[in-house]
Design a protein around this ligand. Structure first.
Ligand code: FAD
Length: 371
């Protein structure tokens, strides 16, 4: 069969575009994924005990975009959920991002917000130019808090010292002088009521969308017939790594179920210092599911494996620019999403990026028709 669009990857980027092109523009779409499921990294499924888990690590939805939120609301109801994370430091479980309670409980102080702001000024180190992830943190909260909460975690997560990592990695995490212990402050913070996969199923349930799962695009591309290609897989792989491999950090997920209803006080506990894993997620605390057992995921960062996090170093950005130039020269091929544009994006950002590409595609077409 001939398709208007072949879309590689059924994660947020691919599924949003498939949905828009099929339901709004009447296009025929072939949606291909090498995994056995849709949903990309946001895929969730019940495990053998019937507990809903996220196979590729915890995904928490948050956005400030009313457009993204209302778009996704067509495909799911929501469960209000504000994410809170504790870090295991010096034998205590303390709020992260660092806030007033973190400092008071760690050191046994009784600071007010104003006193904490003064304290940060005294311990924060003078850094002339903030370039690295270490610079960001030591300038804000000083070396001791940096060592206890950030250095070990970042080294595990990225395999390099924060002093060698772009400032953007730790700039994402705020420091607070009040007691706000929410991980995100976005206006919309929810989990899909019945999970991400159910939301994706509804999104791509359209007669114009055909799914081809457990299929690597490389293996079938010569047998397919389509006008335009939307590619959400790794951009370097598309071009057969002609300039070299773009480095990614990967993760090994150790999923476990315990014969106890409750394991930890919040859904995610970070382990910056003491273990090979970076964090433990307890899913029932994300999803609100009631169950006599509980399921956990331990995350072990590693270099090998599925590409998860683009490594933010200047030489990698330069390498990506070479691929980007080549990508821009292609006609009828559109690169989008986290892997297609070699950039760490949250889910809402990928949805926004996909909606923008959709508008561009239909806009270009109507211009073409007018001409
Ligand atoms: P993906 O979801 O990766 O989808 C790409 C798809 O393309 C994959 O399914 C892949 O199998 C397929 N593919 C690749 N190559 C081929 C090929 N050759 N042939 C066929 N198929 C192919 N974001 C948040 O907003 N909140 C969070 O809490 C959050 N937590 C995260 C936790 C982890 C551990 C990770 C890794 C990411 C997290 N994210 C989170 C980010 C979120 O996962 C991404 O924003 C989102 O998945 C990106 O969607 P995408 O469609 O670009 O990519």
């Amino acid at each position: 069969m001939h398709y208007d669009y072949a879309i590689v990857g059924a994660g947020f980027a691919g599924s949003v575009l498939a949905e828009r092109l099929a339901s709004q523009a009447g296009k025929t779409v072939l949606l291909i994924d090498k995994r056995h499921h849709i949903g990309g990294n946001a895929y969730d499924c019940p495990n053998e005990d019937g507990i809903l888990i996220h196979l590729y690590g915890p995904h928490i939805f948050h956005t400030n975009s009313p457009d993204v939120f209302s778009y996704l609301s067509q495909f799911t109801e929501w469960r209000p959920y504000e994410h809170r994370v504790l870090a295991s430091v010096d034998g205590k479980l303390l709020p992260i991002p660092i806030n007033l309670d973190t400092v008071n409980k760690l050191y046994g102080y009784n600071f007010t917000s104003e006193e904490l702001a003064e304290y940060f000024k005294t311990v924060g180190e003078q850094v002339d130019e903030i370039r690295t992830s270490e610079d960001v943190v030591v300038s804000q909260v000083g070396r001791d808090l940096y060592e206890k909460f950030f250095r070990g975690y970042t080294r595990k997560q990225w395999g390099v010292d924060p002093s060698e990592l772009d400032k953007m990695v730790t700039s994402r995490i705020p420091t607070r002088t009040n007691q706000d212990d929410r991980y995100f402050t976005d206006e919309f913070q929810y989990m899909p009521l019945h999970g991400y996969t159910k939301m994706f199923e509804k999104m791509v349930d359209h007669p114009n969308i055909h799914q081809m799962l457990s299929t690597d695009f490389k293996e079938v591309k010569d047998q397919l017939s389509f006008d335009e290609l939307i590619y959400t897989g790794p951009v370097d792989e598309y071009f057969d790594f002609c300039f070299g491999k773009l480095p990614y950090r990967s993760l090994r997920f150790d999923h476990q179920t315990l014969d106890t209803p409750d394991y930890q006080p919040v859904s995610v506990v970070n382990y910056p210092n003491d273990h090979a894993y970076t964090r433990i997620t307890e899913y029932k605390k994300l999803t609100g599911q009631e169950h006599p057992k509980t399921s956990l995921t331990f995350e072990y960062p590693q270099d090998e494996g599925d590409p998860y996090y683009p490594v933010p170093r200047p030489e990698n950005a330069a390498l990506y620019r070479q691929y980007k130039e080549l990508a821009d020269e292609q006609t009828g091929v559109h690169f989008v999403g986290r892997l297609g544009t070699y950039r760490y994006y949250n889910m809402d950002q990928v949805v926004a990026q996909a909606l923008t590409l959709y508008k561009k595609l239909v806009g270009a077409e109507s211009l073409h028709e007018v001409a």
